[in-house]
Design a protein around this ligand. Structure first.
Ligand code: CUA
Length: 317
């Protein structure tokens, strides 16, 4: 799990500050209640008396009422402090400048994240999956959608949690001010592989981000070596192409992650495995063993063909 109390952007930092205020107030109240309870127990008679003493002088009665009134007033005051802090946080977050924001459409599926980078020039839009790249210091506006059930996007170091609800698109904003890699595990139970649905966000300097985005926009390069063209052929004309897209080839399936640049990603199967030729081969040949319940069917291939396919996928940088 990521260290959720370490904010790397204005949204998370404000929310963490609010959380600290709430923790402090609730902690003080909790300790005060325990002290009052201990005092009451300490003063209680050790044994039940035969005749309950109704021994309340007017002065004692008045003292009791004053204590009750003071505690009620203190509780109300503290609740108002919490409300004010919450409203204050909302206002600060609403003022974060979103000028020049990058717009990204995030669609949650069981169990992976579809990412579509918008651009005013339609030819410059591109799709990828499970690995978000954003430029450091530039705000990002997301449109969130869900394809099947409710999921939840939560990058605790960058922003609060937001649900993705089928049929109800919402927006979400964040800004990463510190370069780095941030984990965003799905935060709403969404089925068998809820835990196997991790969004990785990589915040990098603008120049590095631009280079990455340019590479993502390019179609897959053609391959020369016989083993690689065999792999490509298997992909295009086997079952892979029914669900996956590789831009620049005949594979144009829309059901599963776009694999045009799959080799540039750090993980496969939505954060379940590191991206290596071995894990890729294991995933392709027996996905149900790696991620039980996922929609990926097993691809039964002779070892040579499996190697060719994995080698081809490895070229998709
Ligand atoms: Cu998607 Cu939990």
């Amino acid at each position: 799990m990521p260290d959720v109390l370490h904010g790397a952007g204005p949204h998370a930092s404000e929310i963490i500050a609010l959380w600290r205020v709430a923790l402090l107030i609730c902690g003080v109240v909790f300790v005060a209640v325990l002290i009052a309870l201990a005092a009451a127990l300490w003063r209680a008679p050790a044994e039940p008396r035969a005749v309950p003493a109704i021994d309340e002088s007017p002065a004692l009665r008045q003292r009791g009422w004053r204590i009750v009134a003071a505690s009620t007033a203190a509780s109300l005051l503290l609740l108002f402090v919490l409300i004010a802090a919450s409203v204050w946080t909302d206002r600060v977050l609403a003022r974060v400048d979103l000028h020049g924001a990058q717009h990204i459409e995030v669609t949650a599926h069981q169990w992976w994240w579809e990412l579509r980078y918008d651009d005013e020039d339609v030819a410059r839009t591109f799709s990828t999956a499970n690995e978000l790249h954003v430029p450091v210091g530039r705000p990002v506006v997301f449109t969130l959608r869900a394809d099947d059930v409710i999921h939840s996007l939560w990058l605790p170091n960058l922003a609060g949690k937001k649900d993705l609800v089928p049929g109800r698109p919402t927006t979400h904003v964040l800004r990463a001010d510190v370069a780095g890699e941030y984990r965003g595990p799905c935060a709403e139970f969404c089925g068998a592989q809820h835990a196997g649905m991790v969004l990785t966000l990589i915040a990098e300097p603008q120049q590095q981000y631009d280079a990455w985005a340019d590479a993502q926009r390019a179609a897959a390069s053609s391959v020369g070596a016989p083993q690689l063209s065999r792999g490509r052929d298997l992909f295009e004309h086997g079952s892979c192409a029914l669900c996956h897209t590789i831009a620049g080839t005949e594979a144009a399936g829309k059901m599963a992650p776009d694999l045009t640049h799959v080799a540039s990603r750090r993980t496969i199967a939505a954060g379940v495995l590191p991206n290596t030729p071995q894990t890729l081969a294991a995933w392709v040949s027996d996905p149900q063993r790696v991620k039980p319940g996922s929609n990926m069917p097993p691809v039964a291939l002779p070892p040579d063909d499996l190697q060719a396919l994995v080698a081809y996928l490895g070229t998709l940088r």
